[in-house]
Write a protein that binds this ligand. Structure first.
Ligand SMILES: [Zn+2]
Ligand SMILES: [Zn+2]
Length: 175
């Protein structure tokens, strides 16, 4: 089975998984679409019509190239989760850009911002959780972020500096 065959049917499963884990199953599935031309970002959320007939439903597009990446499953899930935050805000009629509420939810979920980064830019930094030692490769320097898993497990989901993500190393740039 090729990489792509393995992941092509994965979107709705990932959607349900993230929906249960982080949104209490609150979200109705939007149209979930692979976009073969998306390059500037790994995913995007397209709001739907709010009119009674909903003649165009909201949709989340995920860039097809993610299926070819080494950590495809993780990247696809992370990108989808990011777009689901936009969708979640939109459903509740909130401003649905990268607002303070967006960033707060993103931190709670432990989702990174892959979607704003073109595929040509590899991770530059490697952060690590002081608690569980899990690694977090990132493209940008992080501000004060803590490990979502540990905060959830030991601090009621609140930010806890014991689980701060600290910079472990900086990657040399790769062509
Ligand atoms: Zn976004
Ligand atoms: Zn941790």
């Amino acid at each position: 089975m090729s990489q792509r065959e393995r992941w092509v049917g994965a979107l709705s499963g990932f959607f349900q998984e993230v929906n249960q884990a982080h949104f209490d199953g609150f979200l109705d599935p939007p149209d979930l679409i692979w976009n073969t031309r998306l390059r500037s970002s790994a995913g995007r959320f397209v709001p739907g019509s709010r009119k009674y007939f909903m003649n165009f439903p909201p949709k989340i597009e995920i860039a097809s190239y993610l299926m070819d990446e080494e950590r495809a499953g993780e990247l696809i899930r992370d990108t989808l989760a990011h777009e689901m935050i936009h969708y979640w805000l939109w459903v509740r009629k909130k401003p649905y850009g990268h607002t303070a509420e967006f960033l707060q939810k993103m931190r709670q979920m432990g989702v990174s911002r892959y979607n704003s980064v073109p595929r040509t830019r590899p991770a530059k930094y490697l952060y690590s959780c002081l608690g569980c030692k899990k690694d977090f490769p990132t493209k940008k320097r992080l501000g004060n972020l803590a490990c979502a898993t540990c905060c959830k497990a030991f601090s009621n989901g609140k930010y806890d500096s014991r689980f701060k993500l600290v910079l472990k190393m900086k990657f040399e740039s790769v062509p």
